[in-house]
Design a protein around this ligand. Structure first.
Ligand code: PHE
Length: 403
């Protein structure tokens, strides 16, 4: 772990009782995969940016400004409070979030920038960036991934410009919150913002996945939008959730000084999109520095259609670890430890057995760790060494008793 302070992007942050970010995680900051030419995440980002630039013009100029260089270090206030996330919301738990100290954290979503960008006077913007979440370990989860945020605001003139009889329509009214709208929004506001949002995102998905894409809207909940939805697409015989979105909470806009505007916001995961679009089978591949992966995207333009051809998979090694857990134990602590020791050799960790000793009243967990290198064959000795170190450090740092 760190000493008294941790250095991130040239700034020093004192550590304290809140600190739970690990050196392994912090070492990913600054890789900026989404800004690396020809990286698949960059190609997707550019594809989305170009969609917004060509679809939304005002007198010949794009209306959306694009940000891809905002620091992932934000305050708890920016990541949570500014977005009206309740004090007791699970996402604030240290088991879910990487804290730098009691003031700063690694952003858990690009929504962390909504309030500040609106406050700076923008009314249409997209943001791309790396986000950080403590989570399980498997082919689709990695503690660092990339998101893209979009926000669009409307004045009453902009929102109602297609309504022929403007008399009697206004953005705001004093009403009651229900499933379809916020208490301060008129029915027209709620319906027109919803319509504009859905038309935009359906067109974006068609632009990415092709014209005859099947999609469906699912009601959702986010503290900073209401109403809220998720968009699912039908891809390779299954429904896949692609993004979250909704009508921005007026309280958020008011706090950003946009009291006379209403708006929508959405957020989507770039890895999820890239994995579907390019047939990339494992999320660790995005971090690969091996030419075998990156080579397949070299010289590609964001409009090219690309199918990744997996290099043959190297064999996996499976080792289990069983231990008695102490009273307060969070699996995510174990997953971070496994990441710190095993790095990208670890393909998957799963809890395969859990049992309570009837007399001792102690709980035992058994985790199965699947080791596989993306670019070579691992020997059993190499794996044993890593596995042994995981056992040792688990006993030392997590207070577990290895069985
Ligand atoms: N920030 C949300 C998430 O990470 C997604 C979202 C963005 C939802 C904007 C609504 C509006 O899940």
């Amino acid at each position: 772990s760190f000493g008294d302070s941790v250095e991130i992007l040239g700034k020093s942050y004192p550590t304290d009782h809140f600190t739970n970010a690990t050196p392994t995680i912090v070492s990913k900051i600054g890789r900026n995969l989404h800004n690396k030419e020809h990286h698949p995440l960059h190609l997707i980002y550019k594809r989305i940016e170009s969609f917004f630039h060509k679809s939304y013009l005002r007198r010949g100029n794009p209306i959306f400004s694009a940000y891809s260089n905002l620091s992932p270090v934000v305050t708890h206030e920016q990541n949570f409070d500014s977005l009206l996330v309740p004090q007791n919301h699970v996402s604030r738990l240290p088991s879910d979030t990487y804290y730098i100290n009691s003031e700063y954290m690694l952003r858990a979503h690009t929504s962390a920038h909504q309030r500040d960008l609106v406050r700076s006077g923008l009314d249409a913007f997209i943001v791309a960036g790396d986000v950080y979440r403590r989570d399980a370990i498997d082919a689709t989860h990695y503690p660092v991934f990339h998101q893209m945020e979009g926000v669009r605001l409307f004045s009453d003139f902009e929102l109602f410009n297609k309504v022929s009889d403007l008399s009697g329509v206004s953005l705001f009214e004093d009403g009651r919150r229900d499933n379809t709208r916020q208490e301060t929004h008129s029915l027209e506001t709620s319906k027109l913002v919803e319509h504009d949002l859905k038309v935009c995102l359906e067109a974006l998905m068609r632009c990415l996945f092709g014209e005859d894409l099947n999609m469906r809207w699912v009601d959702a909940y986010f503290p900073f939008t209401h109403p809220s939805w998720e968009l699912e697409i039908y891809h390779q015989e299954e429904w896949v959730e692609m993004l979250g979105c909704g009508v921005m909470e007026q309280k958020l806009l008011d706090s950003a000084g946009a009291t006379n505007k209403v708006g929508w916001a959405f957020g989507l995961g770039l890895e999820r999109l890239a994995m579907k679009l390019f047939s990339i089978p494992d999320i660790r591949l995005f971090w690969s520095t091996d030419s075998g992966f990156l080579h397949q995207f070299e010289g590609k333009d964001f409009n090219d259609s690309i199918i990744y051809k997996p290099v043959s998979k190297y064999p996996q090694c499976v080792n289990d670890i069983s231990f008695w857990i102490p009273e307060e134990f969070s699996p995510n602590d174990f997953y971070d430890l496994v990441r710190s020791v095993g790095g990208d050799l670890v393909e998957q960790v799963s809890l395969v057995d859990e049992f309570l000793h009837p007399k001792k009243k102690r709980m035992s967990h058994c985790y199965r760790i699947v080791y596989r290198h993306m670019e070579k064959t691992l020997t059993q000795e190499e794996v044993n060494e890593v596995h042994q170190e995981i056992e040792n450090l688990s006993a030392q740092n997590l207070g577990v008793e290895v069985r």
